[in-house]
Design a protein around this ligand. Sequence first.
Ligand SMILES: *[C@@H]1O[C@H](CO)[C@@H](O)[C@H](O)[C@H]1NC(C)=O
Ligand SMILES: *[C@@H]1O[C@H](CO)[C@@H](O)[C@H](O)[C@H]1NC(C)=O
Ligand SMILES: *[C@@H]1O[C@H](CO)[C@@H](O)[C@H](O)[C@H]1NC(C)=O
Length: 219
Amino acid sequence: MAIWGLLHLVAAAALVLSCPLAPTSANLEGDALYALRRAVNDPKSVLQSWDPTLVDPCTWFHVTCDADNRVTRLDLGNANLSGSLVPELGKLERLQYLELYMNNLMGCIPKELGGLKSLVSLDLYHNNFSGAIPPSLSNLSNLKFLRLNGNRLTGRIPRELTKLQNLKILDVSNNDLCGTFPTSGPFSKFSEESFKNNPRLEGPELMGFVRYDTRGSCK
Ligand SMILES: *[C@@H]1O[C@H](CO)[C@@H](O)[C@H](O)[C@H]1NC(C)=O
Ligand SMILES: *[C@@H]1O[C@H](CO)[C@@H](O)[C@H](O)[C@H]1NC(C)=O
Ligand SMILES: *[C@@H]1O[C@H](CO)[C@@H](O)[C@H](O)[C@H]1NC(C)=O
């Protein structure tokens, strides 16, 4: 009996040693990106190299990884993509650059993007995004560049975004935002250029006597 037990142990150890990376352990980041590929229309086939059977997405075009084979950049600006983003993108914990500007993406900005804790740059400008700016973006403590201009975003600018101490560039112009804009924290540096062409946006919040029942209101 003891011999059989030992043999089983040896066999199990041999299996573990011969398969240090079990092929069944799927690549979470590849899966997240492949979910995006399935959710968008890609008339120019820029995502053709995104093969989900590869061990990780690091050889896919427009994807950059670090030395640990974790995704750090997604460069899909001006790629003629349409369709919508997927919540799975929020799993890319080491993503620093999410570049999806100048496409025709629509739908909401997923609140799950607030999970991209390494993100430095979120460029979604010149698309067709609608809905509100998710307050969860205030969790992106490394964020320096936030460009959401040229979409159809509505609602107020979340006050939570004033927590983004590293924010250097903000552009939410050319949307349909309403209410007032914050002036504290990093917002003290931004000029009205960052907010222009939002017909229902009233002005900076410190102008005390803002009348919320006028065009600046968020009904
Ligand atoms: C890509 O989009 C441009 C306009 O942005 C359009 O002129 C062109 O036809 C599109 N190309 C394809 C292959 O869809
Ligand atoms: C933007 O999305 C809306 C639907 O939400 C659609 O009706 C409109 O045609 C889209 N605009 C462009 C330029 O594709
Ligand atoms: C920010 O992250 C914390 C913890 O990760 C979470 O509890 C919180 O709900 C997030 N904030 C927003 C606004 O999503």
